[in-house]
Design a binder for this molecule. Sequence first.
Ligand code: GDP
Length: 298
Amino acid sequence: MGLFKKIAHALKKTREAFARKIDTILSHGELDDNFYDDLTDILISCDMGVNTSFEIVDELRIFARKNKIRTSDDVRKALKSILISMLNNAPKLDFSFPSVITIIGVNGVGKTTTIGKLAKYFSDLGKTVTLVAGDTFRAAASEQLTLWASRSKTRIIKHAEGADAAAVVYDGIASAKAKSTDVLIIDTAGRLHTKTNLMEELKKINKVINREYPEAQKLSFIVLDATTGQNALNQISAFNEFVPIDGIVLTKLDGTAKGGVVIAIEKDLNKPVVFIGTGEGIDDIEIFDAENFVNELF
Ligand code: GDP
């Protein structure tokens, strides 16, 4: 599937909910208070967040008055450009190599799958990739990651279950340096921010990376399940207290009508959504692009 088709497919449910409702309220013709109230409700129902939804509608109201817009096409165009500029305001992220990407998140969000997809993504760009099985806590985590390493034809560094995660990371870095690996992707145990010991382990992993690999670009990505909507936002804030989060991978966009959560994440938390998961397959991942995203919403 080509890039646009994948995003179109991933946003199918969101688009069906969003565009249909927008078409309905636009068909009434009048840009009156009722229209703006209904529009606010639609934005909130797609999980764009309450504050952000009000802000979008206020901007549209001002723009519409100033530019005397009347037709539904004009309203759609204005709304699109408001959403795009909002998304473009969030910090952007450029990769430089060598790069160490630590993947964090709670269990079940699609962390392991995402690591497999990222390994394939960077390999396809011609980069060498090594995976680090830093989830030494969950039984079978390392086997599952080994499967993704073989699917993506990348190397994996692992220790026995129950080993010190920071020690595996240390070995991963040594191996990456020895082999001049471009991208080191570190899996970590799925954890809740309430598990203090595991959060401390994350800090330790970070410390090892900073100390052992100062020349690498260091990134922490949190993987979030789009189907959990606004809950995902709370997870970012909770984790960010322990480790600075540089970006978000939003999985399962294909399984939700609440894709608007991307806008809430970028606007409310000022963190970039870097990748989006568009399915269960190894190629079902895309770099997030604001313009494509918004165009596909309508
Ligand atoms: P982990 O516990 O966070 O490591 O989660 P897994 O990687 O094992 O994934 C949990 C489930 O989510 C699996 O059934 C995956 O196939 C599924 N999954 C992961 N990413 C996506 C995605 O982008 N779209 C869909 N539809 N399913 C996904």
